[in-house]
Design a protein around this ligand. Structure first.
Ligand SMILES: Cc1cc2nc3c(=O)[nH]c(=O)nc-3n(C[C@H](O)[C@H](O)[C@H](O)COP(=O)(O)OP(=O)(O)OC[C@H]3O[C@@H](n4cnc5c(N)ncnc54)[C@H](O)[C@@H]3O)c2cc1C
Length: 325
């Protein structure tokens, strides 16, 4: 066994960011194991991914092209991915920590009878083992774990690994696989995000609003800044529970775990359950009128003041800066 197999998801025919992040890390890991990078894609547009995969150094692409796999379901994807693992015989299987990836990984690990390190933020191959770092205790500590089974599996936290630029590379060998697409689960509806909404887990910038917004309509302050700066809209649980915004925007222990380059929190107190979802952000700006708010303990830049004054001023400055760039 050698090499790395990456589970890749597509959106509109292109590799999702999480897949590209895993592929960016896969090259050096694969070399360390003495093998090559392979990838798995599923669905009727899977063949279209070959060229992009080649640009990330993929040598073999396992394609389950059945259109029954256009929609993710746990059972059919587990069967297809297990077959790809059987044929690729990798040392390492990397799965992006997206909603689907986090659903797939434990079932696949059980099918293969191996362990899985979940939500990891760094990876290395050391003495024949996959060694990974992951946050524990709601983001208060970092644990180093070694995965001893073979293949060693890990789900990777979105935005945690550096993304390489695609390079010119030859198209990979395509290996078609076919497995049962039977599933006891039927997808009855898929809700697309509102037009113009950036993806929370993939975005480099997130602007989050908390209960300090006072009411649902005031999320416009957050949206205005997010749209101006090119970021996604996040929310604390208090605002979601109040019905001000949909749960898909919630950041935290019972929402999304995010690691953007820039996280702006306005009117968010910084409860431990919120920090669990965003403390690995690279830069954190907090806006809160209470100088004692816990969010300031982890903020790189803290602004003590009224968000209803600061957010519009910041949005204006961003627009002005963009107009001059
Ligand atoms: C099991 C469990 C799971 C949970 N999971 C999550 C989770 O996933 N995500 C999550 O977020 N929470 C979660 N919570 C809830 C969490 O404990 C907090 O209740 C919640 O995060 C608080 O949200 P908030 O910061 O918006 O509101 P508050 O704590 O009420 O904070 C509002 C802040 O706004 C400030 N403010 C008010 N007015 C202004 C103004 N005009 N300008 C500037 N600042 C202002 C205040 O000073 C205050 O700090 C969970 C709780 C439990 C028990």
């Amino acid at each position: 066994m050698a090499g790395v197999l990456v589970f890749c998801e597509l959106q509109d025919g292109t590799l999702k960011k999480g897949a590209r992040e895993c592929l960016s890390a896969a090259g050096s890991l694969a070399s360390a194991t003495g093998g090559e990078v392979s990838a798995f894609v599923a669905g009727s547009s899977a063949q279209a991914a070959a060229e992009q995969c080649g640009q990330y150094g993929v040598r073999r692409l396992f394609v389950a092209a059945d259109n029954a796999l256009d929609q993710y379901t746990t059972e059919s994807y587990t069967a297809a991915m297990a077959e790809a693992v059987r044929q690729a015989a990798p040392s390492i299987v990397l799965i992006p920590g997206t909603s689907n990836g986090r659903d797939l990984a434990p079932r696949l690990a059980a099918r293969l009878n191996v362990g899985v390190a979940s939500d990891v933020t760094s990876l290395e191959w050391s003495d024949g083992r996959l060694v990974a770092r992951r946050f524990v205790y709601s983001g208060k500590a970092l644990a180093t774990v070694a995965v001893t089974g073979s293949p060693a599996m890990a789900t990777v936290r979105p935005n945690a690994l550096p993304l390489s630029q695609p390079a010119s590379g030859s198209a990979p060998e395509v290996v078609n696989i076919s497995t049962s697409t039977d599933s006891t689960v039927k997808v009855v509806e898929t809700k697309a995000p509102e037009a113009g909404e950036a993806s929370l887990t993939e975005s480099d910038i997130i602007v989050t609003g908390g209960r300090g917004l006072k009411e649902a309509a005031n999320f416009s302050y957050i949206r205005d800044l997010a749209h101006a700066i090119g970021g996604a809209v996040g929310a604390s649980r208090a605002t979601v529970d109040a019905g001000w915004i949909d749960h898909q925007h919630q950041v935290g222990q019972t929402g999304r775990v995010v690691s953007p380059n820039l996280y702006i929190a306005a009117g968010v107190s910084g409860a431990i359950q919120h920090l669990a979802g965003m403390s690995s952000s690279k830069h954190i700006i907090a806006i809160n009128k209470d100088p004692e708010a816990p969010i300031f303990r982890i903020a790189d830049l803290g602004v003590v003041g009224d968000l209803f004054t600061i957010l519009p001023a910041l949005t204006d400055e961003v627009k002005k800066a963009k107009a001059h760039s």
